[in-house]
Design a protein. Structure first.
Length: 215
């Protein structure tokens, strides 16, 4: 399933592109081991878990929002909180608005990153369809304690922009991600699409079984 790219004014697109430098990217990741946890990853779960589940998602992707609202809570309860897996959300913005949201979420303290991401996914239908999405995003960010001035600073943070673009580049160029959400579970299991919990749990169990045989 491909990402949903929401329509908004060409003026807004140009403004965000100019402010954020949409094409700006530095090649810094280890391309030989793209699934290795990096300093820029925000990891949740037991560091000694046998496998890592990495999701590539775009904040304007409707399938990603549905996954985080309907499926992820069950994964967290049954696999992350029980120490079976650890989880990483990586940025794969398909458009400038998704880039803007990713940057705001990344500006939050690491311990709040998933709370901010969840809040943006929960309210996606509101801000993504607004004629003034940045104002709507500021409203959501304010609930997490981030004021409008901080949001503007995040949007103008070129270092942060470069990190998000590097995540996108590795996903597209090295891992060949062409749809969101896409998941890398353990060392061998790849899942595309926001599968319901009953289906993706089978893939997680498969990856856990592979890891058990390898240890």
């Amino acid at each position: 399933m491909t990402s949903t790219v929401f329509k908004f004014s060409s003026i807004f697109l140009v403004a965000i592109a100019l402010v954020a430098g949409w094409g700006l990217v530095a090649h810094t990741a280890d391309e030989t081991n793209p699934l290795t946890i990096t300093a820029d990853d925000v990891v949740i779960g037991d560091e000694n878990a046998s496998i890592t589940m990495i999701e590539y998602a775009s904040m304007t992707c409707g399938h990603c929002a549905n996954f985080h609202k309907e499926t992820f809570p069950e994964i967290k309860k049954n696999y992350i909180d029980t120490g079976k897996i650890r989880f990483v959300l990586r940025d794969m913005p398909w458009d400038p608005l998704a880039m803007a949201v990713s940057k705001i979420a990344r500006c939050a303290p690491p311990e709040q990153f998933y709370a901010f991401s969840s809040a943006f996914f929960d309210t996606q239908k509101v801000w993504s369809k607004s004629s003034d999405p940045i104002t709507e995003l500021k409203k959501v960010a304010r609930l997490g304690g981030m004021d409008g001035t901080t949001v503007e600073s995040c949007l103008n943070n070129t270092d942060l922009h470069t990190k998000v673009m590097e995540s996108r580049r590795i996903g597209m160029e090295v891992l060949k991600v062409n749809s969101t959400p896409s998941f890398y579970i353990g060392s061998e299991v790849v899942v595309q699409g926001g599968l319901p919990y009953a289906e993706i749990s089978k893939q997680i169990d498969k990856a856990l079984a592979i890891a058990a045989k390898q240890n």
